[in-house]
Design a protein around this ligand. Sequence first.
Ligand code: 13P
Length: 340
Amino acid sequence: MNAQQLTDTANGLVAGDKGLLAMDESNATCNKRFAQLGIAQTEEARRAYRELIVTTPGLGESISGAILYDETICQKKKDGTPFIKVLTAAGIIPGIKVDTGAKDLAAHAGEKITEGLDGLRERLAEYAAMGARFAKWRAVIALGDDIPSRGCIEANAHALARYAGLCQEAGLVPIVEPEVLMDGAPTLERCRAVTEAVLHTVFDQLYTQRVMLEGMLLKPNMVLPGLAAPKQATVAEVAEATVTCLLRSVPAAVPGIAFLSGGQSSELASPRLNAMNVAFKSRAPWALAFSFARAIQQPALEIWHGEESNVAAAQQALYHRARCNRDARRGQYDAATERT
Ligand code: 13P
């Protein structure tokens, strides 16, 4: 393991005021999003959409790294230029999602375990040879009356730590993503308590598996009430609950925290991240950054709608959302710019 290289990459991904763009939807998830908008669910449509993203003018001003999917990392622009080359030329570090998805956890109704450890060492070596410098693995923790169980939290934390160790061995920075889902109606307080318990278990496992904290990033959920909770939270309450939870559970050696958006609207994710940086940047030992998929891409996807003639307008929307999140990292997001 080259510790300096890992630390440099991890720091580079959260340097300044940039963040990550997650464009690593599996084919099934990408097709689901396309189907909702009536876009053809073909390999060519997925390629054309990803070409739109990676060729967005000025994207590298706000985006430090892009997370790709197995199909995407091998794809090329129409003119034959590999996406990896396009991203690198734009100053964007390429990364790759390496888990193979969340499957039902035996004897734990309603709970999932993320798989993909078999053959991972070999796959990581291939991705590193293609130019990837970091990786991502997502664990999902559902909330319900009797869940999450200890069994689900521990199995997922163990898998995340095994994955992270293999990544560092291969010279790739692991992004460790334990996502507490915001479905249903749990309160903000319940989400905070569960997120804290999950993060404690994850960092215990990372320690046990000898993962170098300086060479990784954490990608957690924000602490939010469930989407169906009767009492929603203010921007300030979300910022306070999220950072309090992280201060209690994430070691200072971790260089950065890059949030997932988890189904929040774009117009909520940016001000919440902004509020965290306004109130806590001077106290937080790690960068408070973003690694959004939907909260950066969704407006652009809706404008594109599968039509070549909409590409420029969709790219403008993507650029705008990336810039809003860069502003949020600085604590300078202005909701007024959403309406211009
Ligand atoms: P969202 O920002 O849409 O939650 O996606 C982030 C991600 O990478 C999920 O694994």
